[in-house]
Design a protein around this ligand. Structure first.
Ligand SMILES: NC(=O)c1ccc[n+]([C@@H]2O[C@H](COP(=O)([O-])OP(=O)(O)OC[C@H]3O[C@@H](n4cnc5c(N)ncnc54)[C@H](OP(=O)(O)O)[C@@H]3O)[C@@H](O)[C@H]2O)c1
Length: 329
């Protein structure tokens, strides 16, 4: 980890964090930890496209016990974060055995080879079957799909090994992203399609409590700094249907809402999702009330914030995207 020190000292002791998974969530969490003075290494099998912290990446198949042990022996992390794939719910449905194998092996290796490290597993609302409109930490999981079963198996491995860990079941995490992993999160896809005046098919009967990736990363960082343990549901403050969300984005950015076509979920790529992928928490609201540097914004607040930051945060070269005032002057 030599040379990995950062400039700003955190108010809390410096953590030495090994992040397994350098994708959408892993990279944003790395940004958040680094900008708060912590040390970070990002581990996955292939160098992620567009990786912002190239010097912090190590190549690791975290299912490989020998390689995992070596990496931990070298890095000596105080914290191990599990944000590895497979994360595509539809892909997991195609190969449930492989999805379960990977998530279980990574969780087992983390427990086996980093027994004293504090572990954070970013789990999912897909551990529930979606019959309830929302689920708190008190509800018993009952996964409907292969992805949910694989993540629940990983949760159970952490429980079985014990030690210090946090299972942060998180709702749909979104934010701007290029099409780097073969698919984009719903928010980015919707904006991309509508900005290019393309038809957007949206399931009308699918509900989420989405959270923007920057807010989720801040919550995870505070949890790590404060040694929050056990089970925590992490979700945005509003339950919203995909259809309403797409319409909200169209209205905020001035896109043609007529491009949005409601379809039944069974006819969409989201067919294997629970109807309600929604979480609420008995713990999070009290934490948020204490953490003044953390926000947990609704889709409307995020859209407004992002529109205000257009041009500085986004790189969409789309003819129909309104330009920010700053770019017009
Ligand atoms: N995004 C969401 O909405 C959301 C919501 C709730 C929970 N989560 C959870 O958060 C995690 C990350 O999600 P994401 O959206 O960031 O996914 P992502 O963008 O697909 O990133 C997954 C990362 O995991 C790595 N990975 C896969 N297999 C690996 C292995 N055997 N060893 C080491 N690294 C491996 C991938 O890189 P390589 O393929 O190169 O190894 C990639 O860097 C997932 O576990 C997901 O269940 C995500």
């Amino acid at each position: 980890m030599k040379g990995h020190e950062t400039h700003q000292r955190p108010a809390t002791p410096v953590m030495n964090v090994l992040i397994i998974g350098g994708g959408f969530v892993g990279q944003c969490l790395a940004d958040e930890l680094l900008s708060n003075g912590h040390r970070v290494a990002i581990a996955c099998r292939n160098r992620p496209q567009g990786l912002r912290h190239r010097d912090r990446w190590i190549q690791l198949d975290a299912t490989d016990a020998v390689a995992f042990r070596k990496a931990v022996g070298w890095l000596r992390p105080s914290v191990v974060v599990l944000v590895n794939g497979p994360s595509d719910i539809s892909e997991c449905a195609k190969d449930p055995v492989e999805a379960a194998r990977i998530h279980s092996a990574v969780a087992r290796n983390a427990c086996e080879f980093a027994p004293t490290a504090y572990k954070l597993l970013v789990s999912t609302d897909n551990v529930f079957d979606g019959r309830r409109t929302t689920c708190t930490e008190a509800v018993t999981p009952e996964p409907l799909n292969a992805y949910g079963r694989a993540k629940l198996a990983a949760e159970r491995i952490l429980h079985a090994y014990g030690g210090q860990f946090l299972i942060a079941r998180t709702s749909l995490i979104y934010g701007w992203e290029e099409d780097q992993r073969g698919w984009q999160n719903f928010f980015a896809l919707s904006i991309q399609r509508l900005a290019f005046a393309e038809t957007l098919e949206v399931p009308a009967d699918l509900w989420n409590t989405p959270i923007v990736v920057a807010d989720a990363a801040k919550i995870y960082r505070r949890c790590l700094e404060e040694n929050v343990t056990g089970l925590l549901h992490v979700a945005g403050p509003q339950r919203i249907s995909r259809l309403d969300w797409a319409r909200l984005l169209a209205a905020e950015f001035g896109f043609d809402a007529g491009l949005i076509k409601a379809v039944p979920v069974q006819a969409s790529r989201y067919f294997c999702r629970p109807r309600n992928s929604c979480l609420s928490s008995e713990r999070l609201p009290a934490m948020l009330a204490q953490w003044h540097d953390v926000t947990c914004r609704s889709p409307a607040e995020v859209a407004a914030d992002m529109k205000a930051g257009l041009g500085t945060q986004w790189h969409i070269r789309a003819p129909h995207l309104p330009q920010p005032m700053a770019d017009k002057t």
